[in-house]
Design a protein around this ligand. Structure first.
Ligand SMILES: Cc1cc2nc3c(=O)[nH]c(=O)nc-3n(C[C@H](O)[C@H](O)[C@H](O)COP(=O)(O)OP(=O)(O)OC[C@H]3O[C@@H](n4cnc5c(N)ncnc54)[C@H](O)[C@@H]3O)c2cc1C
Length: 587
């Protein structure tokens, strides 16, 4: 049986206790892509119980035997982008097959019961949504997706003259935010506002274009007309983001808070000539024209679930535990895959690849070209807390401080140093990162009992911890990094975080850590890059790309529909939409 802690299928338990009548109780959510019977002889002398899968759990088996020899579209990967593509294509009447190597659907957008002893479904990988266009929600009728605003934008604790302080930026109280910024430096409130105005100009201009074919850079430049618009173009598209930050903000901590948007998932620095940091920053500030990051109610898995439901309702066929092993292009492409160790083959008119571009190259037997920019840097720690820890800074309620992005050791100068050390192959002496407590915005990912007892989930996203640091000694380096993060946050807490951590039935802390190396192994992200590869510009970067959807590959009728396509990256569904439009634009 597949891992019972994953997936979304429900099992029902029929239990005969000593009661004269059978008791029907809905059990936990269990995963079952292949039906299985479990008989539990719990206590021979008194009762026994057994579980049977609901009828829809048998569907995969039916589909296995009834798999068509050919489809209009095969999609490799059931990440959220593959699901978006599947929905659009099936709605347009195409016969679609999705092959997914994992035993669950959703790729990096999944909620899982990470700590089996506790009924808490954590967003195991991705956790916040900003870039998922309202248009896709409307087109596909994804009305069950609900995104909730966090009351706090961010809190950054720091120590000054031996005193514990913190920078709180509120999403609800503009006056408080202004005061707090002015306390850092008299000009930083207005500087910060001007910087946000630059973001706003660009977001307003470019956001809608993400769901249309690519325009040339020249054509975009001509659309930035006024002096402010031209300046915004220059700041974000021509000059390293460090120049924008340094010319608008004086304070080292606030500079760092802004710079984090340019470094999440990208191994780069404020002044990199490649402008990878600018592209990363853009993706963090233009989503739905506001750049706000919101919490998906029910966890990130609820996004994938809504899409899966839409796809199934429109007749999409899913095969999980199905790893594609080879693609042979032709008039009809041949897709070879193994499903539960059985080799199978299917033909398709169009192939969409939700997996990373590097994986497509391997499947086609082509060489892989990695660039320095493609190296991933991500470190995720998932935690379950019995209670929120008290802060050293007096007068700040932890339920306010932890409700937003809780930055630690992410000042501008600290991140200059951490980047330098990581580039030299060392784990930074002070590791920068940000914590999030999603249950303060959406407690529904906890069982009512855990919520009532004051439990919370906490997650950390770490930066400047590139893939290269973990090859060869993943577990040892991970342990070292976890210890550094605990030490890092404890410097700002009035009680050690460890004292607030839940423990499992074996007495172990409810804490799991994932390095870039783990992300490659577990969810197929090459070099642990959370965006599959380096993020692209939103415009055509050469003449050949102009007018394309940014999903095309060298092979006819094989398209990327994942994060690695142009304008892919993050939980957006954009490349999924664009790949579907490409297919539908063809005869
Ligand atoms: C730790 C982490 C945190 C993140 N946080 C955020 C966040 O908060 N907000 C945000 O917007 N983005 C975040 N991201 C990025 C975001 O999750 C991804 O950019 C996005 O989910 C990619 O979606 P996708 O559908 O394109 O690809 P994926 O989710 O990577 O899906 C690709 C699918 O292809 C499957 N596959 C691969 N190879 C094969 C094969 N040979 N055969 C069959 N199937 C195959 C994989 O199993 C996978 O299911 C985060 C990512 C990570 C890893």
């Amino acid at each position: 049986m597949a891992n019972p802690e994953k997936g979304n299928h429900r099992w029902y338990r029929i239990a005969w206790l000593r009661s004269p009548k059978p008791v029907f109780a809905q059990d936990r959510e269990y995963k079952s892509d292949l039906p299985a019977f479990v008989i539990r002889l719990t206590d021979f002398s008194f009762y026994f119980c057994f579980e049977i899968p609901p009828i829809h759990s048998f569907y995969p088996l039916q589909r296995m035997s009834a798999l068509n020899s050919s489809y209009d579209v095969v999609i490799i990967g059931a990440g959220h982008n593959g699901l978006v593509a599947a929905c659009y294509l099936a709605k347009a009447g195409k016969q679609v097959l999705v092959l997914e190597r994992n035993d669950y659907i959703g790729g990096a957008t999944t909620s899982q019961r990470v700590f089996p002893d506790y009924d808490a479904r954590l967003s195991r990988y991705a956790y916040l949504v900003s870039l998922f266009p309202d248009k896709i929600v409307q087109d596909l009728g994804l009305h069950s997706i609900s995104l909730k605003r966090r009351k706090t934008a961010s809190y950054t604790p720091y120590i000054q003259n031996n005193q514990s302080k913190g920078l709180l930026l509120s999403n609800e109280d503009a006056q408080l935010t202004r005061q707090n910024l002015e306390a850092l430096h008299p000009e930083d409130s207005s500087g910060y506002q001007k910087l946000q105005a630059v973001n706003q100009i660009v977001a307003e201009k470019i956001w809608d274009s993400f769901l249309h074919p690519l325009q040339s850079k020249q054509s975009w430049m001509e659309q930035f007309v006024t002096a402010e618009e031209k300046a915004a173009w220059r700041w974000l598209m021509e000059r390293p983001i460090g120049e924008l930050i340094e010319s608008h903000i004086h304070d080292d901590i606030l500079r760092g808070v802004v710079l984090t948007d340019a470094k999440i998932g990208a191994f780069t620095h404020a002044h990199a000539p490649s402008l990878l940091q600018n592209r990363t920053y853009l993706y963090h500030v233009v989503g739905n024209k506001t750049g706000e990051w919101r919490v998906p109610v029910g966890g990130m898995g609820s996004v994938a679930q809504a899409l899966e439901q839409c796809a199934r309702q429109n007749g999409v066929t899913f095969l999980t535990d199905s790893t594609v092993t080879q693609v042979v292009s032709g008039e009809k492409h041949t897709i070879a895959f193994t499903q539960n160790s059985i080799s199978r083959e299917v033909k398709t008119s169009h192939l969409l690849v939700n997996a990373a571009p590097e994986i497509l190259n391997t499947l086609l037997g082509k060489a892989t070209h990695r660039t320095v920019e493609d190296e991933g840097t991500a470190f995720k720690i998932n935690l379950l807390l019995k209670r929120l820890p008290r802060l050293k800074q007096t007068g700040v309620d932890p339920s306010v401080a932890f409700a937003g992005t809780f930055h630690i050791n992410q000042s501008y100068s600290q991140m200059e140093q951490s980047f330098r050390q990581a580039t030299a192959g060392q784990v930074p002496s002070v590791v920068p990162g940000e914590f999030y407590c999603h249950t303060l915005t959406d407690p529904s990912i906890l069982s009512p009992e855990l919520a009532a007892q004051g439990y919370h989930t906490l997650t950390l996203f770490g930066i400047d911890l590139p893939y290269r640091l973990f090859t060869g000694a993943n577990e040892t380096v991970k342990q070292q990094v976890v210890a550094q993060y605990l030490q890092g946050i404890n410097a700002f807490l009035d009680e050690p975080l460890e004292s607030c951590l839940a423990t499992d039935n074996h007495g172990h802390y409810c804490l799991e850590a994932k390095s870039a190396w783990d992300l490659e192994k577990e969810i197929g992200l090459p070099q642990g890059n959370i965006f599959h590869n380096a993020l692209s510009w939103f415009y055509a970067e050469n003449e050949a790309e102009t007018g394309t959807w940014g999903v095309e590959t060298e092979t006819d009728r094989i398209y990327l529909c994942g994060s690695g396509a142009k304008r892919g990256g993050a939980v957006s569904g954009i490349p999924g939409h664009n790949a579907a439009m490409k297919v539908l634009s063809q005869p």
